[in-house]
Design a protein around this ligand. Structure first.
Ligand code: S3P
Length: 430
């Protein structure tokens, strides 16, 4: 994709369904008794990989555009797949599914693409093994392909060294099949969609906050059954982020970004925009099935650099690529710390962000757990190496809209992982 600068983005955009919530909706629906109807499901490659895995385990799933019908067969209704489950680029599929598979009476193996197969899986292998699961890394390197054999699961209390919703959810899902209570304490509450949605499906699950706004423990009891639901997936704030940033950065813009999930465990971006001086207004705030939503009105703004660190990081971890682009366009210096998890995402995002910002003429210093970005110098068009990371492709597409000259986004098709139709949505705002 080749892009040049523009001015005056105007209009409304409806954001596709949240990726994290879409994955969970298909997983829990497959394990529920009866049918689940899912509206605004995200038909991106990652979530389609989740659908494919459950179909291979005997679940009938009908796709009617972004309305999905899942014919759940109950907690013990999955059947052995005849081949390796392909999780493609999806860390959420891999880690959450592993928790479910650990509780099944049949063996499975699961493998992804090159990026996925190099991401750390010890973080789930260790706690699942403590629960009595038989899970191993095929090549012994702590990464997928993973092999999961039947095992008898026990409830445990696990203290996670990282605030990771994938790790937490993996353990809680295995807890559905354990012989007693399972709990996970994490250093900072990570996104809590699993807890909110499993409760809607009838699970006995709760979160206990030990210290306000920081350490939290989620507790689940073994579950007799889950019940099919009707679910409407909120728009993904991680996808909305690109339109919010475009509205702030592109001169003479006013965009209404509609139906955005603003769950507090996900909405750190909004605070960052405000702290940077962004003109954003939340309208029509509401809550559906425990998930907060709003429409977000964004107007062009002059941003300034800030420091981003500590408890807010898990609430905006996927938005750091676009926050870095905003920082490059802001007056002054932005410092991002405590974000070492960026190194184990679809790419090492500290490196991919730094390399591409430098290519656009921005002064950036990468650190072990973040980066220091000196903003304010005009960006210049460049060739962006996405390394097939969807969020890098989208973040730098926004940078291209305010850069001098032409920008080429290599492998921009990787955007389909989380936002098919991303560029078309921009066309409507021109
Ligand atoms: C996700 C959790 C986050 C996030 C990822 C989706 C989820 O990962 O970065 O894109 O759906 O649970 P971690 O749990 O590894 O932080």
């Amino acid at each position: 994709m080749e892009l040049t600068s523009i001015t005056g983005l105007k209009g409304e955009v409806s954001i596709p369904g949240d990726k994290s919530i879409s994955h969970r909706s298909v997983m829990f629906a497959s394990l529920a008794n009866g049918m689940t109807e899912i509206h605004n499901f995200l038909s991106g490659a990652d979530c389609l990989a989740t659908i494919d895995c459950f179909r291979k385990m005997g679940i009938k799933i009908e796709e009617h555009q972004n309305r999905i019908l899942v014919h759940g067969k109950g907690l013990h209704g999955l059947t052995a797949p005849s081949e390796t489950l392909q999780v493609k680029n999806s860390g959420t599929t891999t880690r959450l599914l592993s928790g479910i598979l650990a509780g099944q009476p049949f063996s499975t193996s699961l493998s992804g693409d090159e990026s996925l197969n190099s991401r750390p899986m010890k973080r789930i292998i260790e706690p699942l093994t403590q629960m009595g699961a038989h899970i191993s890394s095929l090549h012994g390197n702590g990464c997928a392909p993973l092999v999961i054999e039947p095992g008898k699961l026990h409830g445990i209390h696990y203290t996670s060294p990282v605030a990771s919703a994938q790790v937490k959810s993996c353990i809680l899902l295995a807890g559905l099949y354990a012989d007693g209570e399972t709990s996970v304490t994490e250093p900072i509450l990570s996104r809590n969609h699993t807890e909110l949605m499993l409760k809607e499906f009838g699970a006995d699950i709760r979160t206990v906050h030990q210290l306000a706004g920081s350490e939290a423990t989620s507790v689940i009891q073994p579950c007799p059954e889950l019940h099919g639901q009707k679910i409407t997936v909120p728009g993904d704030i991680s996808s909305a982020a690109y339109f919010i940033a475009a509205g702030l950065l592109v001169p003479d813009s006013e965009i209404l970004v509609k139906n955005v999930g603003i769950n507090p465990t996900r909405a750190g971006l909004l605070k960052v925009c405000e702290d940077m001086g962004g003109n954003i207004t939340l309208l029509n705030e509401r809550t559906e099935a425990g998930e907060k939503m709003a429409d977000i009105l964004v107007r062009s703004s002059q941003l300034h650099g800030i420091s981003i660190h500590g408890d807010i990081i898990p609430t905006l971890i996927d938005e750091i690529p676009i926050i870095a682009v905003m920082a490059a366009c802001a007056e002054g210096t932005t410092i991002i710390r405590d974000a070492q998890e960026l190194r184990v995402k679809e790419t090492d995002r500290i490196e991919t962000i730094t390399d591409n910002l430098i290519a656009m003429g921005c002064s950036v210093l990468p650190t072990e757990d973040g980066m220091v970005i000196k903003g304010g110098e005009p960006l210049k068009g460049a060739t962006i190496h996405t390394l097939l990371d969807h969020r890098i492709a989208m973040a730098f597409s926004i940078a291209a809209l305010v850069a001098d000259g032409r920008t080429k986004i290599l492998d921009s098709h990787c955007i389909d992982v989380s936002y098919p139709g991303f560029y078309d949505a921009f066309e409507h705002l021109l």
